[in-house]
Each structure stands twice: as C-alpha cells, then as structure tokens.
Design a protein around this ligand. Structure first.
Ligand SMILES: *Cc1c(COP(=O)(O)O)cnc(C)c1O
Length: 852
C-alpha cells in the first residue's frame, strides 16, 4: 500500500517560499519516524539521535563539528528515500540518461543546499534555536568540497544541481581526490600552499560502494587473435591493474523529488598487484607496494587553463573514464540485449578534453569486449558523445606524447590510429586537393615529438561540440576548429554558461531574496526569468532604498570578515570593488593593480578620489611564477596603501584561500564586478553572472559572457572598455610592445616607474622587475594597451557611484535582467538540443502510516 507523497514543504509549482518558516504537514508523518519525518519534532529527534548514536556523544559534550555531522546525517536520511526512488524510476521507465564526465566538481558546501532543497531550512533553524544552537554556526563547520580549480569545476556543480531541480535523469562522474584544490595561506605577502585535507574528519554526504568496484588496466601489450567464427579480435593484456571504488554523493533537486547521483572514483590497489612478491615470500614489501596505485586519486592538479602533461595526470583521466564507461555500459546492458539503442539511452558530455579518452575507451569496450563491428560501435559512440570546449588558450589544449600513450594505453593508441585513418580518408574525400587540411586536422601532431591532440579526438568522436558563450563559440568555429566546422557545421553550437540561482542568490543573499520575494513572490528561485517582474520596481524609491539598505548590511557583514581576518577597519560607504577569480595573466589582476597605484598617486597629489575597498580573492597555480609574483605585488601595494594615513580613502583586502564558501560571502557585498580579461581569452566567465545577479555593476571587456550580460542588462548599466577580440588579435600580430602605451600616457608611466623604483618593495627593489619587463616588452595580455580605457571607465564608475539613487537603479536593473544566466536555462538547452533527454518527475511513495 502506497500513497503519493507531496514534498511536505514543496508547493506544487516546486518553489520554496523564502522567509517565513513553514509548518510541514504533520498529520501523515509519525514523530517516531525520525529517519524521514519532516515534522519539527521528527527533525529534532533525528538530530539529537545522530549526535548520540552516530557521533557517540552526550548532547552536552558534542563539539560544533559533531553537530554539523549529526545535522548532515539527519538531512541525508531524508534524501535517501528520494534517492532510491529516483534511481528506481529511471530504471523502470528505462529513460535516456545524461552522464556528465568531468575531472573537476567544485561543489563547495552541501548542508544548506540540501536543507533548502528539502524545504526544511527554516524549520531546522527554529528547532536548533530551541536547543540553543545557531544553524549558521553549524553550517560554518563544513569544509568545502574543493575538487576543482575554478570556473570549469564550478560549472559542473551548477549543471548537476540544475539537472536535479529540472527533474532530468542525469549523473555526474569524476574523481574522489583525497586532496582537493590546495589551501592558500599568505606568508610575508606571498602565497604558500597547504594540502587540502577535506576528508580528515570524514565526509557525511558520501556513501562508499565497494560492491561496484571496477578493475582498470594500464600498460602491457595487445594481441590479435582469431575468434571462433574466423574473425579477428584484439586482446589487451595490461601490465597492471588498479581498482576504482565508487563513492556516491546525492544531488538533490530544489523542491522536487529528484535526487541524482554524483559518482566519484577512488583508486585502490588491486589484489593481483605484484602478487609475485607475495609468492617470493616478501609479504611486507608486497603490501607496501599495494599503496602505489592509490596515488592515482590522491590529488587534484592545481592548474587552471594550463596543461602540464604529467603522466600521473593521464593516469587519472583514464582511471575515472574507464570506471565510468564500465558503469554506464553495465547499467545499459541490465535492460538491453544489444547495443543498437545505446545512443537512444545514453548521452555522455565531456567537460573539456580531460575525459576525451572515453571515446577510445567506449570503442574498445564495444569492439573488443562486446564484439561489435567497428562501424556499429562508431555510430553509437558518436551518437552518445558531446564535447564542451572551455578554452582557446594554446597552453591549455591537452596534448599527450604518442610514446606515453603507447606505454600506458597501447590498445587505445591503436584505436585512435584507426579513428584517425578514417577521419583523414573522410577529409580527403571532402577536400581532395588539400594536403594542409589533412595535416591540420589529424589527431596526431607531427614534430620532433609526435603528440595526440585530445581536442581533435573529442571533436571527431562527438555529434555535438559547443562553446560556453556566444563569442567563444564563434571563435571555436572560426579559429580553433575551423577545418572541422567546414566538414561538419551541423555539429557545432553555443551553450552559454549559467549559475544556479539557488546557491548564488537564494542561499548566499537571504536579505536580497526576501526583498525580491516580497515584490514578485518566491518562484524566481526556480524560474529566474521571473526576475523581469522586478522591472517596474526600479522606479519605486522605496524599493531602491531597501535595496541600498540590503547592500549596506551585506557590506557590513563582509567588513566584519575583513576586520577579523585582515585586522583593519573599512568604510562601508566605500565602493566595494571586487575581483575574485583564479590568478592568471589573461584575467589581468595586473590591470587592476596598476589602476590602484594610479589612484594612490592621484590621492597623494591631493586629487579627490572616491573611497574604495579593493577586494581580491585569487589562487595562483603553485608552479606559475608570474602569477605568484602578481600576488606579491598586490600585497606589497596593500601594505603601503593600507598604512598610509594620508590616503585613508583607499584600502586593499586580499582575502586568502578564495573558494566557493568565501565567494558566497563576498558576492552579496560587491558594488563593482571586475571582469577585465583580454578580449577573446575568457571563454565565458561565471563569476560575472554571480556578481550581476547580486546587484553589482560590471566593469568589463568585450569578452566571454560579459557581452551577453551587457546586452541583457543594458549598455547604460554596464561599464564597457577596451579592445575587441579582433583588435587584440591584430595588435598581437603586429607585436606592439607595451612601451608604446608607456610613452604615450604620463599617468601609466608614473605608475610603472613607481613599481620599478622599488617603492613597494624597498627591501628588494628589483623584486617586481619581471612584471615591469613583461609589461614594457611583449605585454602578451595587452595590459598596457587597455590601461587608459580602463582608468577612464573607472572614472565613470566613480561618478555614477556618487549618485546613490541612480546607482541602485542600475543595480536593480542588473538583477531584474539576468534571468537568462541561470544554469537552468543552460541545462535546458543541453537537454533539448544535445542530450535529448526528458523530464522524469519522481513520485515519492511513502509507506501508509499504519493504523492511524
Ligand atoms: C564562480 C567561481 C569561479 C569562476 O570565476 P570566474 O570569474 O568566472 O573566473 C572560480 N572559483 C570559484 C570558487 C567560483 O565560485
């Protein structure tokens, strides 16, 4: 006997009302049902039971971390029923599923998301308050899941959340890194890295599933054998094996019954690992060596937009891909006898080329293990795969030495050679007298060291190739993959990135969410386009006054963090000028720094500058020298400017260890969003969307999604400056040195001279010469060329900010017009146009409440 279950606090439209605490339907839920019950008494009991039985603590002696784990387990219990029901429904209905393969998932914290997804945050807040516990303090205990570097990993997290909220059958696959993105500490003004021990005290969200472990081979040789029917097949005899153990994390839809799975693979030694040593009697050293295979999932490579080409990285990629493809094929074969419908049931999205080896792996499994013909296997493979490109930067495009491939993945190399042979034949047929084209399009790059171009493999093996913003997708088609676009124009499209409004508005900015709800109701949380209903309010002085009051409170909250962590007071009347993103030369934190120096020198001359707090958050890849030097420069400038009592208007706050949970605190307090990459180099950006959604105005270049944000919010509500992508290309081709702008612009010259003089580094006057030399010489990121336009645009910012009402009206228009930058819109496009999957609502069944 079952009954249809309505999420107790979820209205039929799926939106969770913000603000007031709701009383969940108590009648059908027994108080003693403390594993699933949503009534306050059940929630209270669930929490106290987990403190006592899961943490083995008296309520009085429980630590803050115990309380976090206990609450998380109580919440997880409530997800489990939906989770099983979701998976059962997908299985029974045999729906097509989309699998998102990504080497990175930058999830951040989960407790608040899950409380809100279930609609019990307010209830739990009240329940805990009665117990004398502050929910916000409990949530602060959670360590970020930092299994990613930046935008690419965070996109993967937003996409999974949106899929669950849209009730789409999907699953993520990745690596359970034991150490995520390093922890950044600042010592003497420089970045120092610490290991991110995020699992040290346990992770309450994951469930280990050793029964689904997968064996992955590496190395060895291949052998051609004749099968029973006289045909040939290839056997791969790997030299060694590693075990992949899955850990599942629930991804809950907001206000829906859907709970999808993120399955992350951890490497374990395989039992046959060097068992020769066991036989030789050297038991202890054999066991010691077993640990060697576990290094595969030990640590996330900390490079953003940069390919380091290390063997262990290739091992990581193949490891999680092989496990995932095995899992996907196994699940398909549970309900199908042959592979003719594989592409109807399975969509596999490649988040950049990191998992692109999946194309060769699926071919290997279908041809070698399931005896499909090459042609049958290839049709299903291309139907299944889609590839998302994330960058045009040459240093970020993955290339592996053929020799390394041959040693690590000999069978895959053969398969890639066959794919390439057929590709080049197709190219020759389509473009008969064009030798250069075949050479350019080959998966193999010829040269002193032959290389495998992973992007070419991804394009050839996918029916869909997309960029992540309009400009980026245009450049993908016109430059990076121009030849492929000539051959298969129908495969290419754009899918502009988005961010989940649950985390990046509803959760991180409760004050603003309440204001929006008071004006247009709560449905914007799952239907962000509804923010457009706010437009009439932008001419309502009381709305704008409330908006200003909220921004001020958010700025006060951030000011307390600055005081606590950096030790100085800030003026909340100052412009909170925010640049938070990975430190990379193309993102041009240097341009911001030069502007700070210029403003400082203006103030020293007695010119009026409006008070500003420059907020930075940025990790540099540990091996990226120039990026680390830029962090030192920002700190050196800060130590002079912050301590100069004659220039009290300017302050610089570099908040260490930028990560998702820190972003959630900075973004609601931002007045100005710095999106100042060299045009053509930022594929999309997503930080730009988060900040606009929270009422920051953007100062930005013609790059990535900036262009679309500006179109959406209106040119008069956006501070555009700088060269276009075309102009950038022309300038770089002409080789205009930075010195040209230096000679032409006295203010720029003074700022550069000041840095070069050692003023900011008296103990080491030449410390920043490598930066100055790059700027005056090649200036590869055109910092010098764009300086004047940037400084002038900043002047306009200052003038606009002084007009309080006018500024808040622009902020309100930004909020009202960013509805399309929800990852719900992005995911809908992937679902309809690439994956062709359909909504599959989960009807929750709950046991009849017995004899009631
Ligand atoms: C959104 C986000 C990013 C991406 O920021 P961009 O400005 O788009 O580069 C990077 N890191 C974290 C922690 C984020 O939340």
């Amino acid at each position: 006997m079952t009954s249809f279950f309505q999420g107790p606090t979820a209205p039929a439209d799926g939106a969770i009302p913000a603000g007031s605490a709701q009383d969940p339907v108590p009648s059908r839920v027994r108080v003693e049902d403390d594993r699933t019950g949503m009534h306050p008494a059940a929630l209270r009991r669930a929490f106290t039971d987990h403190v006592q039985f899961s943490r083995a603590r008296d309520f009085e002696t429980a630590t803050a971390f115990d309380r976090f784990v206990a609450l998380s387990l109580a919440v997880r219990d409530r997800l489990v029923q939906r989770w099983s029901q979701t998976q059962r429904t997908y299985y029974e209905k045999d729906v097509k599923r989309a699998y998102y393969l990504s080497a990175e998932f930058l999830l951040g914290r989960a407790l608040q998301s899950n409380l809100q997804a279930l609609g019990v945050e307010d209830t739990y807040r009240a329940v805990l308050r009665e117990l004398g516990i502050d929910l916000d303090e409990v949530m602060e205990q959670e360590h970020d899941a930092g299994l990613g570097n930046g935008g690419l990993g965070r996109l993967a997290a937003c996409i999974l959340e949106s899929m669950a909220t849209l009730e789409l059958p999907g699953q993520g696959y990745g690596i359970r890194y034991e150490f995520g993105i390093f922890e950044q500490v600042i010592r003497d003004g420089a970045q120092v890295e610490r290991a991110d021990e995020w699992l040290k005290f346990g992770n309450p969200w994951e469930i280990e599933r050793p029964e689904y472990a997968v064996t992955v081979g590496f190395g060895g040789r291949t052998e051609m054998v004749q099968d029973a029917r006289g045909g040939f097949r290839v056997l791969w005899h790997p030299a060694d094996h590693v075990l992949g153990v899955p850990y599942d994390t629930p991804i809950a839809g907001h206000g829906t019954g859907t709970v999808n799975t993120l399955r992350l693979w951890a490497a374990r030694s395989h039992e046959d690992f060097d068992f020769g040593l066991f036989n030789a009697g050297d038991y202890v050293s054999a066991v010691q060596q077993k640990n060697a295979s576990e290094v595969i999932s030990k640590v996330l490579y900390p490079n953003d937009n940069f390919d380091k080409g290390k063997e262990l990285r290739l091992r990581q990629e193949y490891f999680f891909v092989a496990c995932s493809i095995h899992d996907i094929v196994w699940r398909y074969t549970k309900t199908h006898d042959d592979f003719s419908r594989f592409g109807d049931k399975v969509g596999i999205q490649l988040n950049d080329t990191h998992p692109a080896i999946a194309i060769a792996e699926l071919m290997r499994v279908l041809v070698d293990e399931h005896s499909l013909s090459w042609d049958e296997a290839w049709i299903q493979t291309v139907r299944a795969f889609g590839y998302t490109n994330h960058t045009l930067l040459p240093e970020a495009l993955e290339r592996w030495p053929v020799a390394l491939f041959e040693r690590l993945l000999p069978r895959h190399l053969e398969i890639i050679q066959e794919i390439n042979r057929r590709l080049l034949r197709a190219v020759t047929v389509a473009f008969p007298y064009d030798q250069g084209r075949a050479r350019r399009m080959s998966i193999f790059e010829e040269g002193p060291e032959r290389m495998v171009r992973m992007a070419h493999l991804a394009v050839v093996g996918s029916h869909s190739i997309n960029g992540v913003a309009k400009l980026h997708s245009e450049l993908v088609q016109s430059s990076l993959f121009r030849d492929f676009h000539d051959l298969w124009p129908e495969r290419f499209s754009n899918k502009t990135n988005g961010v989940t409004p649950r985390r990046w508005l509803f959760a991180c900015n409760p004050r603003l969410s309440r204001l929006i709800t008071s004006r247009i109701g709560p449905r914007f949380v799952t239907e962000l386009e509804r923010l457009a209903d706010l437009e009439p309010a932008v001419d309502d002085p009381s709305f704008l006054a409330e908006l200003r009051a909220i921004k001020r409170e958010n700025k006060e909250a951030l000011a307390r963090i600055v005081k606590r962590d950096l030790g100085f007071d800030v003026d909340v009347g100052a412009i909170f000028d925010v640049q938070i993103k990975r430190l990379h030369e193309y993102k041009r934190q240097l341009l911001n720094a030069l502007h700070i120096v210029a403003l400082y020198l203006r103030a020293k001359r007695g010119e009026r500058v409006h008070p500003r707090l420059f907020i930075f958050g940025a990790k540099a890849a540990p091996g990226y020298r120039q990026a680390k030097l830029i962090i030192r420069l920002i700190h050196a400038i800060a130590s002079v400017v912050n301590d100069d009592s004659r220039v009290p208007e300017l302050k610089i706050a570099f908040l260490p260890n930028y990560r998702v949970s820190l972003a959630e605190k900075i973004i609601p307090a931002a007045d100005l969003s710095e999106q100042i990459s060299t045009a053509g180099m930022e594929a999309s950006g997503t930080g730009n969307m988060k900040l606009a959604m929270n009422g920051a105005l953007t100062i930005g270049t013609y790059d990535g999604a900036n262009i679309e944000i500006r179109e959406a919010v209106g040119a008069e509500n956006f501070f555009l400056f700088g060269l276009t992508a075309e102009e950038v290309e022309a300038r770089l081709a002409a080789g205009v040195p930075g010195r040209a702008a230096y000679e032409a612009d006295p203010e720029l010259r003074e700022a550069i001279d000041f840095i070069r003089s050692g003023f900011f580094s008296p103990e080491d006057p030449t410390a920043f010469h490598p930066i100055v030399d790059e700027l005056l010489g090649r200036d590869r990121y055109l910092v010098m060329s764009d300086f004047r336009a940037y400084a002038d645009a900043q002047q306009l910012v200052e003038r606009a900010f002084v007009d309080e009402v006018g500024w808040s009206r622009k902020a309100a228009l930004n909020i009202a017009r960013v509805g399309s930058f929800s990852s719900d819109r992005t995911v809908r496009e992937y679902a309809n146009e690439i994956w062709r999957i359909e909504r599959c609502p989960i009807q929750l069944v709950t046991p009849e409440p017995g004899a009631e």
